[in-house]
Design a protein around this ligand. Structure first.
Ligand code: UD1
Ligand code: CA
Length: 423
């Protein structure tokens, strides 16, 4: 069944107290609104219209890779009803419209599909996806009549004594007839506590117009949380990271203590890899099979750890590769570094990749042995099979098979060369 989607992302996000638009805050390494757009995208809508504020280039950029996304601008955030009006005047739609807030990152495609199926069978011009959270908080209350049919949605700030105790609340996700919505959205008023245009008013308006309104209670209340505060952001991040960890464990990764391990979306880990507590794996990190990570490893963007390699305690990596079977087991910083296969990076090794202006790369060849406390001043390369002495400061390229020591590092010349013997 074909449909179009509208995602509302032009709100102020006042409660975040942030200079960054609310929908761009990261949940497990991915912007809130990107989570929403990707979940919707998996259902193959005809178009995805995202309502943004003026000059919100960053929101547009965050969604650049999502197919079929287009933008409508809401010049002033005058409420969700006004935001929908902007979408409908920018993009003509005729069939079913799936409307979502841009601040519910935990939604899943399966649950949206189930809701759309409900709407298709409900015979109503608008359907609301509702849920029952542990406490109704700031969510809109679902008001039903004696027969159980939905009458209206009342915002928390407008709720009377009898209404604020209602436990069933509005997820902010609706299915509606686009033509009906276009005809009515302009009639929404602002007679409410916040003097805003509420999209929720469409429910009572369509009911009164005899077009029908329906409500579907979601079976996954935990997936519908909206993010309005930093605390809610943290909670959503934790839930999203838990999903990522569950999936990795499902695929054969050992995560010794998931609760103390932070893994973001888009991290890949091969089977039989063991991840020790207090490790952080940022989005996009790739770890092979039979690796060991942590405890206390910090694997940042662009890190690749190949099969059988180990990044141990207090090892930080950024934009770096650790080749097959290589080890950086203790207190190392590998930034913009390429470490070949079978190499050992000694405790305390540091790639000095930043000269105060630019970043430079370090290359460490296969089977190198980098002594404890080596400082590699990039750009620099250490040839295959070479050794650096403990505490060496490597400022020049080291040829293959060489041994360098000292500050600055120089080729090792055996004492008594040509004369004495060491037997
Ligand atoms: C809204 C609902 C509430 C529901 C809750 C679910 C209304 C009036 N209330 O409340 O019933 O329980 O979502 O999470 O709709 N936005 C715009 N332009 C605006 C205002 C908002 O694009 O002028 C966007 C925001 O960026 C956000 C979404 O719409 O992504 C929801 O707005 P928000 O202010 O978070 O609404 P809530 O108060 O949470
Ligand atoms: Ca919200």
């Amino acid at each position: 069944m074909g449909f179009d989607a509208v995602i509302l992302a032009a709100g102020r996000g006042v409660r975040m107290k942030s200079d960054l638009p609310k929908v761009l805050h990261a949940v497990a390494g991915k912007p809130v609104v990107l989570h929403v757009a990707e979940a919707v995208g998996r259902l193959n809508p005809g178009r995805i219209v995202v309502v943004v504020g003026p000059g919100q280039e960053a929101v547009r950029n965050a969604l650049a890779a999502v197919p079929r996304v287009e933008f409508a601008v809401q010049h002033e955030p005058r409420g969700t009803g006004d935001a929908l009006r902007c979408a409908l005047s920018a993009a003509r739609m005729t069939g079913t419209l799936l409307l979502l807030p841009g601040d519910t990152p935990l939604i899943r495609p399966e649950m949206l599909a189930e809701f759309m199926e409900f709407h298709a069978g409900a015979g109503a011009a608008i359907s609301v996806l509702t849920f029952i959270p542990p406490g109704p908080g700031r969510y809109g209350r679902i008001i039903r009549d004696e027969s159980g049919a939905i009458k209206a949605i009342v915002e928390a700030s407008d709720a009377g004594a009898g209404e604020s105790g209602v436990r069933e609340v509005n997820s902010g996700i609706y299915c509606m007839d686009a033509v009906c919505a276009a005809a009515m959205v302009g009639k929404i008023g602002t007679a409410n506590a916040q003097s805003e245009f509420y999209v929720t008013d469409l429910v009572s308006m369509m009911r009164h117009a005899g077009k029908g309104a329906a409500a579907h209670v979601s079976s996954c209340p935990g997936d519908l949380a909206g993010i309005n505060t930093r605390a809610e952001l943290a909670e959503a991040g934790r839930a999203m990271s838990a999903r990522v960890k569950d999936m990795l464990m499902e695929n054969g990764v050992t995560i010794v203590d998931p609760a103390s391990t932070w893994i973001e979306c888009g991290v890949e880990v091969g089977r039989d890899t063991v991840i020790w507590p207090f490790s952080v794996l940022r989005t996009g990190v790739r770890v092979g099979s039979r690796c060991r990570v942590g405890p206390f490893a910090h694997l940042r963007e662009g890190t690749v750890i190949e099969d059988g390699a180990e990044a141990g305690a207090f090892t930080e990596m950024k934009a770096s590769r650790l080749g097959k079977g290589s080890k950086a087991l203790h207190l190392a910083y590998l930034g913009d570094a390429d470490v070949g296969e079978g190499a050992n990076v000694g405790a305390g090794t540091i790639t000095a990749n930043f000269d105060g202006k630019r970043k430079h790369r370090t290359v460490i060849g296969d089977r190198c042995s980098i002594g404890s406390g080596t400082l590699l001043v990039a750009p620099v390369s250490v040839g295959e099979g070479s050794t650096t002495g403990a505490g060496a400061v490597v400022t020049r390229d080291v040829p293959p098979g060489a041994t360098v020591v000292g500050v600055p590092a120089r080729p090792l010349v055996k004492s008594g060369k040509g004369g004495g013997s060491d037997d």
